[in-house]
Design a protein. Structure first.
Length: 295
């Protein structure tokens, strides 16, 4: 079965969200010719949620429909980003010095290599995305950095990702590596077997490697989840809100570090962080997070 490229990101810029539809209505110079600017893209919608500028009118229109269903989405997107930062700090402190960031988007301030290198300046990162815009920008921004590589590949094709020459040049998979799957697994549909995708990456990594995930859940507001999923049927990739047990099954073969699979805002929260904009209401975030160590 031919798969559509899977792409989105948690590393986009964090400026205020704009509703100025006069911006990016045409094809700007940074958009590769193969990008269909009329088809709403999950990657570009996520960029919009985070306040980024690498999106088009079609993305903004569908993103606004999603926000009508889930008004908290911009805050949720920011929370997913902060979970990424907390997880990377934990992993770097635990001695992990190489990271495979799947569905990385466009890294700017607070990208994985920046966070990891605050703890270990020698940390190495391979960024993987199948969106041509994300890949082009990541390559241009990070091309002069040692120990950082960009891979143009679909995370649902682990063989392609893991055998890519850039991956091999950047990472040594005979040693422990952290696989990051932040806000991506809910974009892998059931027919593509997300648990099997995770298993393939686990099998390719050395004992002592880690996996970090976040995933949208239908546990708290199932009707809202169904409405949200319906919006994404108009996007390049559908979204699948899943229950706790479904998500937990994806983590087979990993020993979860405390606090286990938990509400994402409760995964090792930063005590110095600003007050939660949603008042700590986990039902409004409707997302789980976990970090596990490979047996």
């Amino acid at each position: 079965m031919q798969r559509k490229p899977l792409c989105w990101g948690v590393g986009q810029s964090v400026t205020s969200r704009t509703k100025d539809k006069s911006v990016n209505n045409h094809r700007p110079a940074w958009a590769p010719s193969e990008v269909d600017i009329e088809k709403p893209s999950a990657a570009r919608m996520y960029d919009y949620f985070l306040g980024g500028s690498h999106n088009f009118e079609s993305n903004r229109e569908l993103a606004e429909k999603y926000i009508e269903v889930l008004p908290d989405m911009p805050v949720i997107a920011q929370a997913q980003r902060t979970v990424l930062h907390r997880a990377v700090r934990f992993l770097a402190t635990a001695g992990i010095d190489q990271f495979l960031d799947l569905g990385s988007g466009i890294p700017t301030a607070g990208a994985v290599h920046e966070v990891a290198r605050e703890i270990n300046p020698e940390a190495r990162v391979a960024y993987v995305d199948s969106d041509p815009v994300a890949f082009a920008h990541t390559t241009a921004m990070l091309d002069d950095l040692d120990g950082v590589g960009t891979v143009y590949s679909d995370l649902r094709d682990p063989d392609s990702v893991l055998t890519n020459p850039v991956t091999a040049e950047t990472l040594d998979l005979s040693r422990p590596v952290a696989v990051l799957m932040i806000a991506v697994l809910h974009f892998v549909p059931d027919q593509d077997d997300p648990a099997d995708v995770v298993t393939a990456y686990r099998a390719a990594t050395a004992p002592g490697s880690y996996l970090a995930i976040t995933h949208a859940t239908s546990d708290y507001r199932p009707e809202l989840a169904r409405r949200a999923e319906a919006v994404y049927t108009g996007a390049s990739h559908p979204i699948s809100y899943r229950g706790r047990e479904q998500i937990l099954a994806m983590l087979a073969g990993y020993e979860l570090v405390a606090p286990g699979l938990t509400d994402m805002i409760r995964w090792r929260p930063d005590p110095q962080a600003d007050p939660d904009p949603l008042g700590g209401d986990v039902t409004r975030y409707s997302g789980y997070a976990a970090v596990g160590r490979r047996y």
